[in-house]
Design a protein around this ligand. Structure first.
Ligand code: B12
Ligand code: SF4
Length: 574
């Protein structure tokens, strides 16, 4: 038994530089990673063994020689230039550094706040990779427990590594895993799948309830008092080598009142708040896993959002992001929330992900007035047939209208596209490129389709005649009668080269793309300029055949970027 009330929180295991999950080809292909300018190249033999694919994925655009063979994301590039063309991947004491991971996740803030309210002493280590020493120091101090959130982990692997790192220092500390993502790993009998059960050692616990925060505090109280942890409902733990479950009724969080006491946690926010206006999604786009997450769509009242935003404002935070699956759904609700923000004169700079169908000329004016700077819009394709096949519920013309309206209101749209959804052809990709070039879109990202377990299309494999090749990474390497992953990958490169004005922005999401800039006073337009120059560099590496011309153009683009960095933020100049 420990008398300590210290509880360590961990949510991620990422290096500060916004890079790639390189553990598996899946990581490279799917989770936005290969799309940082990686693609597959068809083997001359026409086959694609895993080894060959692996060796072909690395290329000089992803890790250019002139960056010392290091990663070449937007922040990697800017940090390189800020540090006299030296690759710097962590914010050392003397480094000038854009640190996107310096902004902690909303998840850890929620956990921190709840633990604090429960009378514990939360320690937000948050991200293991850069804070390993700090975690080890706290582990040696005999804390009450470590809490790990499953939110950002797409499989059990990273959590197993985190638990391994904890156990290397402290074999006794209880490790509690939980979060709504864990519920998507339950079998119909409400047991964890084997890989997640393996995470539970003799001092391991899982909370199988969403959000499960009351259960968490109850379990911690029992652990502190030396009671029977098996008494807490909806938990799992290892007992005598087997995992024991204690099912119970599930509580439901009151979405109206459950939000952090922002002023009390202001010091650990990194200057950005993550606010949830709704949960779940009622749409059924076939490529998406959100509908299968089984979260009943729930919307918070505008009054409740008002209360949370007031708290954010009182905490001195001036930037926030809505973390909804998609923000607000109906045009009227967008209007209502914006009117509330205008009424309050918050003066926030904010971001959200939205469907094109939620934008109208009326609400765009309000969005602008309410301080919305960037919206991610799932555009997916410029081809109506593809939008229909995806069950997107939008049209190319409707999407275009949305972009034009946002452009008129100086709200930056960041469009996301998918290449290779079943039914895709060379012609439909061609239409998408033309559509982008005809649109006012300034920023975009383009993903290679991948069959996500949990998506509707995953259950329609037979109907679409989807087959796989490529051994253990087969699920990434799909083939349909009209298209395959390799062709898609080649076309991806083609798309990047042929999109004329819109610039690439990956970095997971614009959330991370923008806030590190906004926090320093850079404007959205300046971010677009950075992205444009980086995209020009990418295209140069990809498409300029002559080494001599490539070098010359690279030099001039790098000098221009350095010039922009030297000019500094627009806000600072005012
Ligand atoms: C915001 C967000 C991001 C932001 C995070 C920015 C930030 N600083 O917060 C960014 C853009 C960086 C991001 C990145 C990624 N994301 Co993301 N992201 C989201 C998003 C939109 C919201 C998450 C959020 O903030 N929710 C609000 C918090 C408060 O809710 P919560 O995490 O569920 O936590 C609550 C409960 O679950 C519970 N809880 C949480 N943990 C625990 C633990 C215990 C013990 C207990 C009891 C309770 C508990 O308490 C909280 C309060 O209610 C979700 C989708 C969505 N709409 O939910 C995807 C989502 C979480 N992301 C996802 C993914 C895959 C990623 C990436 C891996 C993508 C990539 N290309 O690399 C990366 C990984 C990042 C990393 N490891 O560093 C997936 C995760 C899928 C999964 N787990 O199976 C999601 C669900 C989207 C999706 N369906 O694809 N993401
Ligand atoms: S893509 Fe967006 S709108 Fe479509 S199902 Fe997923 S979250 Fe909902």
């Amino acid at each position: 038994m420990t008398t300590s009330r210290d509880v360590i929180i961990l949510c991620r295991d990422r290096r500060p530089t916004v890079g790639v999950d390189r553990r598996t080809i899946e990581g490279l292909l799917v989770w936005g990673s290969h799309l940082k300018n990686r693609w597959l190249v068809r083997d001359p033999s026409g086959s694609a063994s895993t080894a060959r694919i692996k060796s072909k994925i690395e290329n000089n655009v992803t890790r250019p020689e002139w960056m010392g063979g290091n990663r070449f994301g937007l922040f990697d590039l800017l940090n390189y230039l800020l540090n006299d063309r030296r690759y710097v991947h962590e914010p050392g004491s003397d480094a000038r550094f854009f640190d996107p991971l310096g902004i902690p996740t909303g998840t850890s803030i929620h956990l921190y706040d709840h633990l604090r309210k429960g009378g514990f002493n939360p320690i937000n280590v948050e991200n293991l990779a850069p804070n390993r020493r700090e975690m080890e120091k706290h582990l040696r101090g005999d804390p009450l427990a470590v809490v790990i959130s499953a939110t950002f982990f797409i499989d059990a692997g990273p959590m197993a590594r985190i638990i391994g790192a904890i156990r290397a220092v402290n074999r006794e500390v209880p490790v509690i895993i939980g979060g709504s993502a864990l519920l998507t790993r339950l079998t119909p009998e409400r047991r964890l799948t084997a890989d997640y059960e393996d995470l539970l050692d003799e001092r391991g616990f899982a909370i199988l309830e969403d959000p499960g925060l009351e259960r968490l505090n109850a379990l911690l109280d029992i652990l502190a008092a030396g009671g029977d942890p098996g008494a807490v409902p909806n938990t799992a733990r290892r007992e005598g080598g087997r995992v024991a479950y204690n099912p119970g009724p599930c509580g439901e969080a009151d979405v109206e009142t459950t939000f952090p006491d922002w002023p009390a946690v202001a010091d650990i926010t990194g200057g950005v708040a993550f606010v949830r206006a709704s949960q779940g999604c009622a749409f059924r786009c076939k490529f998406c896993t959100f509908p299968s997450a089984n979260v009943k769509p729930r919307h918070r009242s505008t009054e409740s959002i008002r209360r949370e935003l007031r708290a954010v404002h009182d905490a001195g935070i001036r930037h926030f992001s809505f973390t909804d699956d998609h923000f607000s759904v109906s045009p009227r609700r967008v209007e209502e929330i914006c009117r509330m923000m205008i009424e309050e004169r918050f003066g926030f700079t904010w971001y959200a992900g939205i469907r094109a169908s939620s934008i109208t000329a009326e609400n765009a004016a309000l969005l602008e007035e309410a301080g919305c700077k960037v919206l991610s819009v799932g555009l997916e394709s410029g081809d109506d047939r593809m939008l229909k096949l995806m069950n997107k519920g939008t049209t190319a013309a409707g999407n275009m209208r949305c972009l034009e309206i946002l452009d008129r209101h100086r709200i930056l749209a960041h469009g996301s596209f998918i290449i290779g959804f079943p039914g895709e052809t060379v012609e439909s990709v061609e239409r998408t490129v033309r559509w982008i070039n005809d649109s006012p879109l300034k920023l975009y990202k383009v993903w290679l389709f991948y069959l996500l377990p949990g998506s509707i299309i995953h259950d329609e494999q037979e109907k679409h005649d989807i087959t796989f090749f490529g051994g253990s990474y087969g699920h990434c390497l799909w083939r349909t009668p009209t298209f395959d992953a390799l062709q898609g990958s080649e076309l991806l490169k083609d798309v990047i080269l042929r999109v004329e004005r819109a610039a690439l922005l990956y970095n997971y999401s614009p959330m991370y793309g923008f806030f590190p800039f906004f926090l320093r006073g850079y404007s959205a337009e300046q971010v677009v300029d950075f992205c444009r120059l980086r995209t020009a560099l990418v295209k140069n590496e990809l498409g300029t055949r002559s080494p001599f011309r490539r070098l010359g153009r690279r030099r001039s683009l790098l000098r221009r970027l350095e010039g922009m960095l030297a000019e500094g933020p627009a806000e600072a100049g005012r």
